[in-house]
Unconditional design. Structure first.
Length: 506
């Protein structure tokens, strides 16, 4: 029905026109191509139940899935990407400008073109949604993004071809990240909670922030999220510039690469807040020994780094550095490799659990336990940590993204069952090390390439009980140097196997 001024400003309604829905009689209310209803409505509807919508078929990728479960896929959180749908697997395809408040609520949201959230508009992503980018597309937020997952139902931003990803300048198996390009501060606060952002690259004319770039914008809070396997020239995972002051609290940033500066984070003329983050095993590929850099690279910036673990971030810089140009006044109660000026900072092995869904959680005797900021007022922390555990469990908050062992039930240094730790450093140039514990018996450890071909046998013998270490120098069984790329170490003890991914950079 029409009413006065319905189709005129400021309403601009479409009146008396067939919306040309796909199949409303059978429950498919999506607009058909060319429909006048495209862009209207308050919800992007996914496929549900047994309705005749598009489905996403599963693809068997045995070795890639093993590596994913070990250090980089949705299996790290058991319910990652799953979302109840009343039966069947729901999927929607999205692209283009988002001009009206929209919700992505599906098992899989498949991004088939660049997506831009208009100024003044909110895009909400439901818990448990897996957002898969079909090519080198980006999500640009000029308005507001609310991606609020949970510990049991995280939101995953990823590629649809993770097996094709490698830390190089090609676009294969990657997407182009989440971007806040001079987003107006008039918009309400954007938030990412319990998200995984992986396999993204920043290349070409905008080579900054492999997973996330924040330029001239501060109303962003990122909490309890994982950034892994992302690549850029500047800031393998995160880039902040032009007076940006977003908040990062309780995040894990690991396994990212930068070609030039800032293997994990690059901060340019900005003031981000880095609270209780674990920033480990990121690598800078720049081979110039006099090009200063670190895991956190600051240039004319004053980030506040509190209660964070910053270790094993590699570079060729001749001065061992984890935080470049970090001010002692703004760096407090952190565990920083090689040490750092500032109140309460330490330089000690954090004793990570090293296996399971959360390998960067802390063992009970970690020096990071109850060693964080004594005053947690205004630290932007959530009630739970990245694994869903109570954020302060004890007399004081722990350093890093995890409160204790992340619910693994591990006590002491040696686990009750065999496990293989993540390799350190990773990425690596000359050598990487992996630790494992065993109750004693025959153990085999082999390196495989992405095609599943065995590269080298690292260990094949009886071992005694306790913690052991194996090393790989990037060679094959004949002692020949292998090419840069992604490799997997598989540990076999009796009938138990564990796999860890390693990134070799020549």
């Amino acid at each position: 029905m029409d009413w006065p001024e319905a189709s005129a400003a400021p309403n601009f309604n479409v009146v008396g026109t067939d919306p040309k829905l796909v199949d409303p009689e059978n429950g498919d209310f999506k607009p058909s191509p060319g429909s006048p209803a495209v862009g209207y409505g308050c919800q992007t509807f996914p496929a549900r139940g047994d309705l005749p919508f598009a489905r996403v078929a599963s693809v068997e990728r045995p070795l890639a899935e093993e590596a994913s479960a070990a250090r980089g896929g949705a299996d790290r959180w058991p319910n990652a990407g799953s979302h109840p749908s009343g039966g069947g697997r729901s999927s929607i395809d999205v692209s283009g400008a988002i001009a009206f408040d929209t919700t992505w609520d599906a098992d899989t949201v498949r991004v088939v073109g660049n997506v831009a959230v208009d100024n003044g508009i909110t895009l909400t992503v439901a818990p448990g949604t897996r957002v898969e980018f079909a090519d080198f597309y980006r999500l640009a937020v000029h308005g507001r993004l609310l991606a609020l997952g949970t510990a049991l139902d995280p939101i995953v931003f990823t590629t649809d071809e993770p097996e094709a990803f490698s830390p190089d300048t090609t676009r294969a198996g990657s997407w182009n990240g989440i971007r806040f390009p001079w987003t107006s501060s008039i918009n309400e606060e954007s938030r990412l909670d319990h998200c995984v952002v992986e396999y993204s690259k920043a290349l070409g004319d905008e080579p900054w922030g492999g997973a996330l770039s924040v330029i001239g914008f501060s109303k962003l809070i990122v909490r309890n999220s994982i950034f892994r396997n992302n690549v850029a020239d500047y800031g393998g995972a995160v880039f902040c510039s032009q007076q940006a002051a977003p908040v990062f609290a309780g995040n894990l940033i690991e396994g990212n690469c930068a070609f030039l500066r800032g293997s994990a984070i690059y901060v340019l003329y900005s003031y981000p807040d880095l609270t209780n983050c674990t920033i480990v095993s990121n690598g800078c590929l720049n081979e110039e020994p006099f090009d200063g850099t670190g895991g956190i690279h600051n240039h004319i910036s004053k980030p506040r780094t509190k209660g964070s673990i910053v270790r094993d971030n590699s570079s060729a810089y001749f001065i061992p550095t984890q935080i470049l140009e970090g001010k002692g006044y703004y760096t407090t109660f952190c565990d920083v490799e090689y040490g750092h000026a500032g109140e309460g900072n330490i330089d000690e092995d954090p004793f990570f659990v090293g296996f399971g869904e959360h390998p960067f959680a802390l063992l009970d005797d970690s020096p990071c336990v109850n060693a964080g900021e004594p005053d947690t007022f205004e630290l932007w922390l959530s009630p739970v940590d990245i694994a869903g555990e109570t954020r302060i469990d004890g007399s004081r908050i722990d350093i890093g993204a995890y409160e204790g062992s992340g619910g693994t039930g591990v006590d002491g240094v040696i686990a009750e069952t065999p496990f293989l730790s993540p390799s350190r450093p990773n990425p690596f140039r000359r050598e990487t090390r992996l630790a494992f514990s065993s109750r004693g018996g025959p153990v085999t450890a082999c390196v495989y390439d992405v095609a599943g071909r065995k590269v080298q046998t690292l260990l094949d013998r009886m071992v005694g009980p306790g913690e052991q270490e194996i090393r790989w120098d990037g060679t094959d069984d004949r002692g020949r140097c292998v090419a840069s790329g992604v490799y997997f170490c598989r540990l076999t003890v009796d009938c138990t196997e564990e796999t860890r991914k390693m990134v070799l950079l020549r």
